[in-house]
Structures are given as C-alpha cells and as structure tokens.
Design a protein around this ligand. Structure first.
Ligand code: 3HC
Length: 312
C-alpha cells in the first residue's frame, strides 16, 4: 500500500534521529508496537521482583539483604517509569495491570524460572540484569522519546544490579568448594534462559524488521545476544566457572565466540505459559493486587474527599 504523506514525513523524522513525542502524528502500528513492547517491558520489571524478593528474608548477611532490597525496589521503579511511558500512548494503567493479572500480557520468559539457592541471586544479577542492560542501553536511543529517556536512569541502576550479582558470584566462586559448586550450578541453570531473553533468532522475529525501520530497535536480537556472549564468557573466566556450552569456542576469523544451539521449544513453551514458575508468578501478582485493594480504595476515597472540599 502506498505510503501516505504523513507516513513519509514520520519516517523522515525517524531517519533524521528526531525523537517522536506523544503529541506527534504516528502510524497506528507504531503506536501499537510500542504499547506492546513497553507494556511487556514494564510487566517484566514488576514480575522480575518476585524471583529475587524470594531471597530478601534469607539473605546471608544484613549487607546482602539491604543491597537486594534496594535492587528489588529499583525494579518496581523501572516498572512505573515504563507504565508511565506506555500511558503516553493512550493505554491506561488499569488496562495494563488487567492484561498482566488475567495472563493476557507477556513478560520476559526469564522470570518463569525458580531461584533455588543464594547463588541464583548472583547469577540473576550478573546474567539476567547483564542481558537486560545490553538491550536497554540500545533502547536509550529508541525513536520514541518517553521510552528512550527513562532508559538512561534504568541503565544506571541496572549497572549496579549487574555488579552486585557479579560480586556475589565472585565471592562464591572464590569461596569454599561447596560455594563454588553452588555458583557453578546457578550458572548452569541460568545461562541458556538468559540467552533466550534477547528473543527468537532474527529469522524468526516477526517484529524486528519493522522495529528496526522505525528505530524502536537499533540492534537485532542475534546481534545483542552475540555481544552479551562475547563479554560474559570473559567474566566467567575471571570467576573460574564453566559456561555450560560444549560448543563454545573463540573464532579468530569472526572475532566472536561460536556457541551451541538454544532450545527454542523450551523458549516458546515458557512464553506460552508452561514454564516452571508461570502459574506461581501470576498467582503472586493476583494476590498482591487483591491484598492492595484497601490501599487503592483509601487513596480514591481521600482523593474524592479532597476534590469535594475543593469544589465546595
Ligand atoms: N520473553 C517473553 N516473550 C518474548 C521474549 C522473551 N524473552 N522474547 C521475545 N518475546 C516475544 C515478543 O514479545 C513477541 O511476542 P508478541 O508479538 O506477543 O509481543 C515474540 O516473542 C516475537 O519476538 P520479537 O523478537 O519479534 O519481538 P520484539 O521485536 O518485541 O523483540 C525483545 C523482543 C528484544 C524482548 C523486545 O521486546 C524488547 O527489547 N523489549 C524491551 C526490553 C525487555 O523487555 N527486556 C527484558 C526484560 S526487562 C528485565 O529483564 C528487567 C531487569 O531489571 C532484570
């Protein structure tokens, strides 16, 4: 279908690196794509609090507890920034929340895996937040202004998340043999699901081509995944831990690591709702929402009273 004048002007703005703002004209599909991606990103932040929240009461020291508490609180803030960005596109907070609570909305597959030992707090910070940073640094340059701007702050906080995770892994991997074994076990369980965070391969990504044209995405899923692997393998070497991929080896020609194959059946199964913790995560969010009803009612009553007083 021939491009309309508005669409041509819109693409010119994107190509000229001008940020698109809420009041600007935008193709309906650009808006729809952004609501899809930003809302799922926000849901990922909120659901992502659960696996780590599970260890706040069991952290091995007060220092570890306070650091983990700060990290989980950061994730809540990231979710709020992202929901606010999504609202500028015309979707309400209640609708976003309802999509999550009814299981209609997606969130990152990675949060449907269990956090079994304390070393998982290290692996999640190091690998999951590390992978999220790769993707979110790219999103600092996304074409939609209200999505790009909060990314700057989110990335600064994610860097702290990644460092605290890596520091946990460093202490464990240089600790007792039992601690090192716990760190290796966590790496074994979190490595491949972390690679899945970048999404399906480029050949199987229905959104990438259009998202790249509209500069929502600046790098492809496979490109970011490869950079993440290249960087993380070296970090694992410092830890003295083995990446669970027998096909991993440095390729002098490409100057990248060659690596094995992701279990895409597992990936699509998890995003279909059949991961180890999907049901548990949804139930936890539904319970939190129900338990918080009284706060919402009180806030609405107070706001209503205040508005009445003002009108009188
Ligand atoms: N988990 C769940 N669904 C995923 C997924 C994953 N890891 N990767 C891809 N998908 C879904 C997509 O949402 C899409 O489904 P939809 O059409 O129903 O929305 C489908 O699989 C096809 O994937 P595409 O690659 O075509 O989709 P995108 O172009 O949207 O690319 C993405 C996927 C790279 C994850 C992109 O959506 C993105 O950059 N999202 C924003 C960043 C984000 O969500 N990061 C991960 C979570 S944030 C986080 O980890 C928080 C941190 O604090 C720990």
């Amino acid at each position: 279908m021939a491009e309309s004048k508005e669409e041509a002007l819109f693409q010119e703005k994107v190509d000229a690196e001008q940020k698109i703002e809420p009041k600007d004209w935008m193709p309906a599909d650009y808006r729809k794509n952004l609501i899809r991606q930003i809302s799922q990103h926000g849901h990922s932040e909120i659901v992502g609090m659960l696996p780590e929240g599970n260890w706040i009461t069991r952290a091995p020291s007060l220092r570890r507890k306070t650091v983990l508490l700060a990290k989980v609180q950061d994730e809540a803030g990231h979710g709020l920034y992202l929901y606010s960005a999504a609202e500028t596109l015309g979707i309400g907070r209640d609708e976003l929340n309802d999509q999550l609570l009814t299981g209609k909305a997606k969130y990152s597959s990675i949060f449907n895996y269990p956090t079994i030992t304390w070393a998982d707090m290290g692996a999640v910070g190091w690998l999951v937040d590390g992978a999220a940073i790769m993707n979110q640094v790219m999103l600092c340059r996304t074409s939609y202004g209200p999505y790009a701007r909060p990314m700057v702050r989110i990335c600064k906080e994610e860097s702290f998340h990644q460092r605290q995770g890596y520091e946990i892994m460093n202490v464990l991997s240089h600790g007792s043999p039992e601690q090192k074994a716990m760190a290796q076990d966590a790496l074994d369980r979190w490595w491949w699901p972390s690679l899945m965070m970048f999404g399906p391969s480029d050949a199987d990504s229905p959104h990438s081509a259009q998202s790249m044209k509209w500069k929502i995405k600046r790098q492809s899923n496979d490109e970011l995944r490869q950079i993440f692997i290249d960087r993380t393998v070296q970090q694992a070497e410092v830890l003295g831990l083995q990446i669970p991929d027998p096909e991993l080896k440095w390729n002098e020609e490409t100057q990248h690591y060659d690596w094995g194959t992701i279990n895409w059946d597992e990936f699509f199964n998890v995003i279909k709702g059949n991961g180890p913790c999907n049901k548990e995560r949804l139930t936890a969010r539904q319970k939190a929402h129900a338990d918080g009803a009284w706060v919402r009612e009180a806030a609405l009553a107070y706001a209503g009273k205040k508005a009445k007083k003002k009108a009188a």
